[in-house]
Design a protein around this ligand. Structure first.
Ligand SMILES: *Cc1c(COP(=O)(O)O)cnc(C)c1O
Length: 444
């Protein structure tokens, strides 16, 4: 465990990181870009240490992946033990117990107490692809409906489901057919006003599916219960339960993509739990295994089992080392009550950002749940014009001061805060001080 302290040993990025970045440019494809090119040598809790000896506060968790924190002792022990025992057999060839255990845990922890089955994969995109395969197979229908601002991955099918062109889709078409997009219930920018957003958005969505796709052609509606890359957009109360009811009425499957919002991030096991929404299929990845690559689809037994034997799988899916890490991560979440910790972190962040919003008109909205909190920046509160340049200036200021921050949003004007749940209150407050300082400097 490295000391939980921010240290600025050099300017950021320092000389060692800059030298590595030069090699990166010559060796790594330019399409794989780096948000903050400090080269990490060690990490634990809320701190990343780089090649120059700088220690940065981590408000990103590698995009919501190290939810239990780097340096988690349960994960270190479980992974070490598993690597010593064996690293791979391929579950489809000769199975092992930890894969089954992860599926049992997923069936128990995901929303709903109906009979469930799970299948394991490597990445979020792969989980989404498989959820769509299962939904089409089980319903015999083809159309899949996604939302404005939605993000579901970078493979061909999931690019088609993802809303934003740059950088995810530009020049990579053609995309798969039978994918449709409908407006998202985005209270802050809903034309009819936030107070009417739930009801009006639900009507618009269901009208559009009816008129443009046809309910009986629609296999599934896929939604992130809190949108991630699209800007941490939280649909208004009532929208998700209404959508779930409408889908059920028409035999359309509801797929909750909880790749970013799942596993205690929002203060519940899954973001769907907040309003008691029970999706037919749910995808999980990111926070599930403490940084090891693992993803899952969990769903109603009759849907999951509709697929013929051999129809689902993959060479690495549910790798034993990743499964060992997932079981250890889940044990940490349970033993340390990390859902409650996520809520505490949310309270601290919301309070601090709320105070910033009182001081600055450019803070259009603070939103989110648990340790998944965002701040949307605008040029002024009246026009709500997205302030992308200011967002990137503040982001740069945070990086230079030793705070790892992430931005997101269709218009690039949203700060998202995703600290590891093992971060201390002191580091949270210090990070917020750094943000405030960077904000003040950028606003001028
Ligand atoms: C990150 C993400 C994905 C894609 O996951 P990968 O592991 O990067 O393929 C899919 N859906 C959501 C909601 C995500 O946040």
């Amino acid at each position: 465990m490295i000391e939980q302290k921010r240290i600025l040993a050099t300017s950021i990025p320092g000389p060692a990181s800059q030298a590595l970045q030069q090699r990166k440019v010559s060796a790594v494809a330019a399409g794989v870009s780096t948000g903050l090119p400090v080269y990490v040598t060690e990490a634990s809790g809320g701190i990343l240490r780089d090649a120059d000896g700088n220690q940065l506060i981590d408000f990103g968790s590698g995009i919501a992946v190290t939810t239990v924190g780097n340096g988690n002792q349960r994960i270190i022990d479980a992974v070490t033990k598993q690597i010593t025992a064996f690293t791979h057999t391929c579950f489809m060839v000769t199975p092992y117990d930890s894969y089954v255990q992860v599926c049992e845990k997923l069936n128990e922890l995901t929303p709903g107490d109906h009979e469930k089955r799970s299948a394991l994969f490597n990445s979020g995109a792969e989980a989404v692809e498989n959820a769509v395969k299962i939904a089409r197979h089980a319903t015999g229908r083809q159309a899949v409906v996604a939302f404005d601002h939605g993000y579901h991955g970078r493979t061909n099918l999931t690019m088609g489901l993802t809303a934003k062109n740059m950088p995810y889709k530009h020049g990579f078409g053609p995309f798969a057919s039978e994918l449709y997009r409908v407006p998202m219930a985005y209270p802050y920018r809903w034309p009819g006003g936030a107070e009417h957003c739930a009801e009006q958005a639900l009507r618009t969505v269901t009208d559009q599916i009816h008129a443009q796709v046809g309910e009986s052609n629609t296999a599934a509606v896929i939604i992130e219960p809190i949108q991630g890359e699209g800007g941490f957009i939280v649909p208004p109360e009532g929208f998700l339960p209404g959508l779930a009811d409408w889908c059920r009425e028409h035999g359309i499957l509801l797929i909750a993509d909880e790749v970013q919002s799942g596993f205690c991030r929002t203060g519940d096991w899954f973001a769907c739990d907040h309003e008691g929404v029970v999706p037919d299929l749910i995808t999980a990845a990111k926070g599930i295994a403490g940084g090891m690559p693992l993803a899952a689809v969990t769903g109603r037994a009759e849907l999951m089992d509709a697929v013929h034997p051999g129809g689902l799988g993959g060479t690495y899916g549910g790798n034993p080392v990743a499964c060992a890490a997932a079981l250890a991560a889940i044990e940490s979440m349970e033993a340390d009550n990390l859902a409650a910790r996520a809520r505490e972190i949310g309270d601290i962040l919301t309070d601090r950002l709320g105070r910033l919003a009182e001081k600055y008109d450019e803070v259009g909205e603070v939103r989110g749940r648990g340790a998944m909190i965002a701040m949307e920046l605008v040029t002024d509160a009246g026009s709500k014009e997205p302030a992308a340049a200011l967002t990137s200036a503040v982001n740069k200021g945070c990086h230079e001061r030793g705070l790892v921050t992430l931005t997101c949003g269709t218009y690039g004007n949203v700060f998202r805060f995703l600290p590891p749940l093992s971060i201390s209150d002191d580091l949270l407050h210090e990070g917020m001080d750094v943000l405030e300082e960077s904000f003040t400097a950028a606003v001028g």
